[in-house]
Design a protein. Structure first.
Length: 393
């Protein structure tokens, strides 16, 4: 094989174009990863809608939720970020964010290195023009090089872990970090009642994370019933609230309070990305509760609200942006431990790596016809993962 196919977009609203690039010559600390599965993230959709607030290096390759296998590596590419040995045949994932390691936040606040001042992102800030042109997950292969981009972090997946599960480790880790933020602020404890706003992929992953991290009860607010709210219940939501049926905030707040009883939920987390979720969500909280905002990855605009409610209800309000390098093993471990506990693979609708397949994956995700559109360039790498009931084969 002497060439590799990668998908690019020329700008917001454009159609995918698959290009052919030459097989790269690897450096001593370089590796080539064959992609088993790569998810379509809400961030990808926002970028394609033109909502991303920063300049982007069009054309470039989208996709950052990937699981793959090393097919070639340099002599000095020997271990992952957690010092686990790597070799040809190792299953891996790479998170998108590569902090510089030298800026104010990286040096003084490594726990918030996710706010690095000069980050590089796979699937976002590396243009197609930069050789060897394989910088995103919507491709047959992705290239990593610790000399060229020393902030890169590679994580070894368990040898018997599904690559489709590996592709969920990045978004799941964002949910785990958000709950850990609440725990450290004294706002999330074992047995708490949790409300998740949003029934997209992050919302459903947050339902599972809440359950695994000790929530006593979990309620999910979102739409549509099929496939999203139904799947949220399969992931452990004791009840769901359909925003297509209860159309006003007043109705939804009343319904949530009816379900949880008492004075409201202990914690509400927004995974919807809609700016109106905040004022609505804080009214679902008991006084002294905690609100976590992790869904506003792009600027969806401002809304009228009263901060008096935050003060008078004595609330904790936290933001959570992605995750840091040390958070990632938590997501990988949870997926591996619970591979047969939750219907993870039911989240994913599989699309082929063709221009038509990528376009349809994006279209269906935007229309909320899927929970997690997932692009599979090499079906043979994930064929064993397919099963009628969505459980890992």
């Amino acid at each position: 094989m002497d060439s590799i196919r990668v998908c690019t977009h020329a700008g917001p609203g454009t159609e995918p174009v698959i290009r052919t690039v030459p097989w790269p010559k690897l450096g001593a600390k370089g590796a080539l990863i064959k992609i088993g599965a790569c998810g379509v993230c809400g961030t990808d959709l926002h970028i394609l809608k033109g909502h991303w607030p920063k300049p982007l290096p069009w054309p470039f390759t989208l996709g950052h939720e990937l699981g793959g296998v090393i097919v070639e590596c340099g002599d000095e590419f020997t271990e992952d970020f957690m010092s686990k040995p790597l070799k040809v045949g190792s299953k891996v994932m790479i998170p998108p964010l590569m902090p510089c390691g030298r800026c104010y936040y990286c040096i003084h606040y490594p726990q918030t290195a996710n706010k690095c001042l000069t980050p590089v992102y796979y699937g976002r800030y590396l243009g197609f023009d930069k050789a060897p042109h394989m910088w995103g997950g919507w491709a047959e292969y992705v290239y990593v090089d610790l000399d060229m981009l020393p902030g890169t972090k590679i994580y070894k997946l368990p040898d018997d872990m599904s690559l489709r599960l590996g592709a969920l480790s990045e978004p799941l880790t964002s949910c785990i970090r958000a709950f850990n933020r609440a725990t450290r602020a004294g706002g999330f404890s074992w047995g708490d009642t949790v409300v998740i706003q949003g029934s997209g992929p992050i919302g459903i992953l947050a339902v599972a994370a809440a359950r695994e991290m000790g929530a006593g009860r979990v309620i999910c607010v979102g739409a549509p019933e099929e496939p999203r709210l139904k799947l949220a219940r399969e992931f452990g939501a004791e009840a769901t609230v359909n925003i297509e049926e209860l159309k006003s905030p007043r109705e939804r707040i009343a319904r949530v309070r009816e379900i949880v009883g008492g004075f409201g939920a202990d914690l509400v987390m927004d995974c919807s990305g809609h700016p109106t979720a905040g004022p609505e969500g804080i009214e679902m909280l008991r006084d002294g509760g905690t609100y976590v905002e992790m869904g506003q990855f792009t600027d969806a605009g401002s809304i009228d609200t009263s901060w008096h409610r935050i003060c008078t209800k004595d609330l904790n309000v936290l933001g959570s942006w992605g995750f840091t390098g040390n958070d990632l093993p938590l997501g990988v471990d949870m997926l591996y431990r619970t591979a047969n506990k939750y219907p993870w693979l039911k989240m994913q609708t599989i699309y082929p790596f063709t221009e038509e397949g990528v376009a349809q994956a994006v279209k269906d995700a935007m229309a909320m016809k899927t929970v997690k559109s997932t692009i599979v360039p090499w079906p043979e790498l994930v064929e064993r993962d397919r099963s009628p009931d969505g459980a890992q084969a």
